[in-house]
Design a protein around this ligand. Structure first.
Ligand code: PRT
Ligand code: ZN
Length: 225
């Protein structure tokens, strides 16, 4: 990998992968897509694409291991890394919400006082309930949060919701939204990038913005000449 090339971290295999790759392709970038490889060099722009787990992206960007990353705002709110949002990417929409069993007698969030709440977002959950002055017991779990009330593990969950199908299938319903989220392009805080990389970043962001505003760009042999 060349040091002067921009390094962009994208999710290797998950909900953001397809839309991210799609955005890169529509922006005119050419590269070989092979998920077995952990990186790909752009053929027509000085940029390397690095495939990693989404949770690691803010950390890599903060440390300057990569220059840019595509990640959900939810991960940024949860991990509070020292990074800058360059642009909203208009995909990966979801919300972090509080949900309770459909049969629960709870009508208002205040009634969850001293309740057990399972979540993979303990920091966002803690912050929300503290802000609302409601003491609760957070039980962190790393996945399949929606099953935990039925197991008797919790009275409510805090989880990401997109279509709401997962909640419905598990007889759960939303009582409160904590925040909305979408995928964003992030970079390190100002002055992390060399002058050359800043110019490359401006060029690529200009292309992303055009694609996001519906302008179709023809692939070109070389994006910068
Ligand atoms: O392996 P890796 O760590 O990279 O991926 P991951 O499994 O941690 O994340 P992944 O691929 O599930 O999600 C990546 C990002 O997509 C998240 O951080 C969000 O920014 C965004 N996103 C958008 C979602 C959803 N929609 C979503 N619906 N992330 C997760 N979900 C899950 C949710 O947790 C719940 O289990 O989908 C279920 C609910 O979906 P609905 O449609 O039934 O409501
Ligand atoms: Zn993840």
């Amino acid at each position: 990998m060349k040091n002067t090339n921009l390094k962009l971290a994208v999710q290797k295999n998950g909900r953001l992968t397809f839309d991210t790759i799609n955005l890169l392709c529509e922006s005119g970038l050419k590269f070989n897509i092979d998920k077995r490889r952990s990186f790909a060099s752009c053929l027509n722009f000085p940029m390397e694409i690095v495939y990693v787990r989404d949770d690691d992206i803010p950390n890599y960007v903060e440390r300057g291991v990569v220059d840019l990353g595509v990640v959900g705002q939810n991960i940024l709110y949860e991990t509070k890394r020292y990074v800058t949002n360059v642009i909203d990417l208009n995909f990966g929409f979801c919300s972090l919400s509080v949900a309770i069993p459909e049969k629960s007698g709870v009508k208002k969030i205040e009634q969850l006082k001293n309740a057990k709440i399972t979540t993979s977002y303990p920091n966002s959950t803690k912050e929300y309930f503290i802000k609302n002055n409601i003491p609760i017991n957070i039980i962190p779990v790393s996945g399949s949060v929606e099953i935990t009330p039925a197991l008797g593990m919790s009275d409510a969950i805090v989880d990401l919701v997109a279509t709401g199908r997962t909640l419905a299938l598990n007889n759960l319903k939303i009582i409160e939204k904590i925040y909305d989220s979408q995928a964003v392009l992030i970079t390190g805080k100002k002055n992390n990038l060399s002058k050359g990389k800043q110019i490359l970043l401006q060029k690529i962001v200009k292309r992303f913005k055009k694609v996001l505003s519906g302008v179709s760009l023809l692939p070109v042999e070389k994006l910068i000449i």
